[in-house]
Design a protein. Structure first.
Length: 269
């Protein structure tokens, strides 16, 4: 059985001091911290060499940890997504990224009304294509409506734009794509997983987020500041956590650390 993850939200006490002639009185108030510290059952095992670190040291340790993985072929991704993204309320369907639509698993393909395999880190950003490795990494591959996927194309991520037809509230302008609110944190954590997993030391490009759009074929995706904001505003859902567990247990045997520890985004970037 998968280990049960226990999440605890750290709260910060803010002391308000009021001085009098005789003494000072501190009055604590509680304020929620976005992407606060979490504890998981994997901290003493899988993440033991990363816990307690920050910055480049944390990024390096996580890269070493998550680079130990089983790779699958691009053709195998079809069936894997039918499991990782299964609708919890309808076992015959998958939940589509960006639109949030529940669609039959059998409607996988390339026609209008079908769903296909969306590379959240656009495969042209680094030009890794569909090759086994970053091109088939389930931690950033999701089922998406064929038309919505085409509209997103290889755009960078940023706020703003016009509504995408069938996009569930997603927006697009000439140089960026903004997913619907319920998927913003998912997108951020998938992009930042890729930036840690692929560091240029295994014959693949060194993938890094930046503050730009129109990155083209460079191995970069923006905007980092927006992705960090989305990570804070849309914490991991039960669906996202289950997906991470299924990929770990059944397919790649590695984890997205930012689903387990969303606060590590700020700790690194």
């Amino acid at each position: 059985m998968p280990a049960t993850q226990i999440r605890t939200r750290r709260w910060k006490a803010v002391a308000l001091a009021t001085s009098t002639v005789l003494a000072a009185l501190a009055i604590p108030t509680m304020t929620a911290t976005p992407a606060g510290a979490t504890t998981t059952a994997y901290d003493s095992t899988y993440y033991k060499n990363a816990v307690g670190k920050t910055g480049a040291g944390l990024k390096s340790s996580l890269h070493t940890i998550i680079s130990s993985q089983t790779k699958i072929s691009y053709s195998a991704v079809w069936n894997a997504l039918k499991v990782t993204d299964q609708d919890p309320n309808n076992s015959g369907n998958v939940i589509l990224l960006y639109s949030g639509v529940s669609r039959s698993k059998s409607l996988s393909g390339g026609d209008v009304g079908d769903w296909n395999r969306e590379h959240v880190w656009a495969k042209s950003h680094g030009d890794f294509g569909e090759a086994t490795g970053p091109g088939t990494d389930l931690h950033h591959l999701r089922p998406a409506d064929v038309t919505v996927n085409s509209i997103r194309g290889n755009l960078d991520f940023d706020n703003g734009g016009s509504a995408v037809a069938g996009g569930g509230g997603s927006l697009k302008d000439s140089d960026s794509f903004e997913p619907r609110d319920a998927d913003k944190g998912d997108v951020a954590r998938m992009i930042l997983y890729m930036a840690v997993r692929y560091e240029g030391d295994d014959n693949w490009p060194d993938l890094e987020p930046n503050e730009k759009v129109n990155n083209g074929s460079k191995p970069n995706i923006g905007k980092l500041s927006v992705l960090k904001q989305w990570n804070d505003e849309d914490p991991p859902s039960a669906f996202e956590e289950k997906r991470n567990q299924v990929i770990y247990d059944t397919y790649q045997h590695n984890r997205n650390p930012f689903i387990d520890h969303p606060e590590w985004v700020e700790a690194i970037w």
